[in-house]
Design a binder for this molecule. Structure first.
Ligand SMILES: C[S@@+](CC[C@H](N)C(=O)[O-])C[C@H]1O[C@@H](n2cnc3c(N)ncnc32)[C@H](O)[C@@H]1O
Ligand SMILES: [Zn+2]
Ligand SMILES: [Zn+2]
Ligand SMILES: [Zn+2]
Length: 301
């Protein structure tokens, strides 16, 4: 256990900044899992997420310019050049968004290129703490402006079959969420990614669901075709607020994913997840709470 004068660092020094475990919680019990800041290859995953599989640009400028960068020309600009915040938050709001590709290990631009954000890792002071009725949760120790990258939901990337197997083996007592992300890339092509943070994961595995969340999930590709499930601030967040996202992939009072799934849209994103066969009660406390955690039956059927 990595303990400095600020408390326990759950990341064991693997993150850029420590992931603190609330002082009193650290003495009572400590969650058991292997900390990994990034996705790892799990059973059935055909592509190693740590392999560089995407092409790079040949920009010699300090930061890539849309006019000349092949990355930005192919995939569009995802981040505001001056603030580094995620653009198109309004389209992400409805749970459908364009894919984000960052400059990668093969790009010749500098490490401070404005098309690099998620790959820089955790930069904010976050604390895992014991909530009243949701088990562990995560709060921010500093204010976070809208659109800023907060953290990933990292874990083992597994196949649909493995997700199904694990889901059926999981009891409702287990506090875990296997996230399934489906990206619709047009012409009926759908890319599915399943991330299970139970045994291997990062601070994201402690984020609770809310029907009125302050984070939104956006798949981001850096070096690999396997997306990272990145969480961005969906609004300005105050210091000490609990950080939450909508497990169904929506944002701010939007319709749940089951409804969104009936819409069709090219290059659209749908996020869904599984959590035991019985739906768990939601204790998010939001005015618009739908009283149950989202449940994706498509994995187990
Ligand atoms: C990704 S984990 C989040 C961290 C978890 N609270 C823990 O103690 O490790 C997901 C699990 O947290 C619990 N959870 C998350 N959001 C909740 C909510 N709004 N109400 C009740 N329980 C919640 C559920 O048990 C769920 O399966
Ligand atoms: Zn670049
Ligand atoms: Zn590039
Ligand atoms: Zn709720």
């Amino acid at each position: 256990m990595n303990i400095d004068r600020h408390g326990v660092d759950l990341s064991n020094g693997l993150e850029e900044v420590p992931v603190l475990l609330e002082g009193s919680s650290a003495r009572l019990s400590r969650p058991l899992f292997q900390y990994s800041p990034e996705n790892t290859r799990g059973p059935g995953c055909t592509v190693d997420p740590s392999e560089v599989t995407l092409p790079g640009c040949s920009c010699l400028s300090h930061s890539c310019l849309t006019e000349s960068c092949s990355c930005l020309q192919t995939h569009g600009r995802a981040y505001d050049t001056s603030t580094g915040t995620l653009l198109n938050l309004s389209t992400t709001d409805c749970g459908y968004c364009s894919p984000v590709f960052e400059c990668n290990a093969l790009c010749s631009c500098s490490d401070s290129c404005s098309n690099r954000s998620v790959q820089r890792g955790l930069r904010l002071g976050l604390e895992v703490y014991s909530t009243k009725n949701k088990g562990w949760g995560v709060r921010t120790l500093q204010a976070i402006p809208c659109g800023i990258f907060v953290c990933e939901y990292a874990g083992e990337v597994i196949s649909l079959e493995e997700a199904r197997h694990r889901q059926l083996a999981q009891t409702s007592m287990e506090n875990n969420y296997i996230i399934a992300v489906r990206e619709h890339a047009g012409a009926g092509s759908v890319t599915e990614t399943f991330v299970d943070p139970a045994a291997v994961g990062n601070v994201g595995r402690f984020l609770n669901h809310s029907c009125c969340p302050n984070l939104l999930m956006q798949p981001v590709r850096v070096h690999s075709v396997v997306p990272r499930l990145a969480l961005f601030a969906g609004r300005n967040i105050d210091a000490r607020e609990e950080l939450t996202f909508d497990y169904s992939g929506g944002y701010s009072n939007q319709a749940p994913v089951e409804v969104m799934a009936t819409q069709s849209s090219d290059d659209a994103l749908r996020v869904s997840r599984t959590d035991g066969l019985q739906r768990k009660e939601c204790h998010c406390g939001a005015e618009n709470c739908v009283h149950f955690l989202p449940l994706d039956l498509s994995i187990i059927n």
